[in-house]
Design a protein around this ligand. Structure first.
Ligand code: ADP
Length: 176
């Protein structure tokens, strides 16, 4: 496993990194889960930026990512990406979930953000099976890191015990 990948159990709003990723919805207007926690902790500066983005480009589509200031958060930026809603697995969910990671990391490189924290996108309200989502997250991030020496550390921040155990198991394996 790439040594630049780290596992953390905790709250992503507390991470002192260059960028944290938000599992947003396409309206970018906040919501439940990690999205709500980020907007609550970061304050109105984040929503202000989100409104400007929506005015400029319309909604943020599934798999895409946009970037805003981080307001009162210890991180410098928030990258908002819209994960797929789980719909049985035959609706392109896996490719869309992989796009979330790739598009978020592409923004991180563009904005010169060497340390990034990811939540477990789509595995809450959006219902993506946790192990399948973790496999996609780890494989996609590992592949991106191979081609991007600029990225220093990627933290997978697991809020719930179940995701933390799944990531722990997968990351301790030699190969996936
Ligand atoms: P989605 O709609 O993409 O499923 P959710 O926010 O419902 O988004 O859940 C995504 C993941 O975020 C879940 O695994 C959930 O446990 C986790 N989560 C919720 N709150 C936080 C937080 N404060 N920090 C990190 N992860 C969180």
């Amino acid at each position: 496993m790439d040594p630049r990948i780290q596992l953390i159990k905790g709250d992503i709003t507390k991470q002192k990194v260059d960028g944290i990723v938000n599992a947003a919805n396409s309206s970018l207007m906040g919501g439940g889960g990690v999205d709500g926690a980020i907007h609550r902790a970061g304050g109105p500066a984040i929503l202000d930026d989100c409104r400007k983005i929506i005015a400029r480009q319309g909604s943020c589509k599934t798999g895409e990512a946009v970037i805003t200031k981080a307001g009162n958060l210890p991180a410098s930026y928030v990258i908002h990406t819209v994960g797929p809603v789980w719909n049985g697995g035959e609706k392109g969910e896996a490719a869309k979930l992989a796009s979330c990671y790739i598009n978020s990391l592409t923004l991180a490189v563009e904005y010169h953000l060497p340390t990034i924290s990811f939540p477990n996108i789509s595995t809450g309200i959006y219902g993506y099976p946790k192990k399948e989502a973790a496999l996609i997250a780890i494989k996609t991030v590992s592949g991106f890191l191979l081609e991007n020496p600029f990225i220093k550390t990627i933290f997978f921040v697991c809020f719930d015990e179940e995701n933390h155990n799944i990531y722990n198991d997968l990351l301790s394996k030699q190969s996936l």
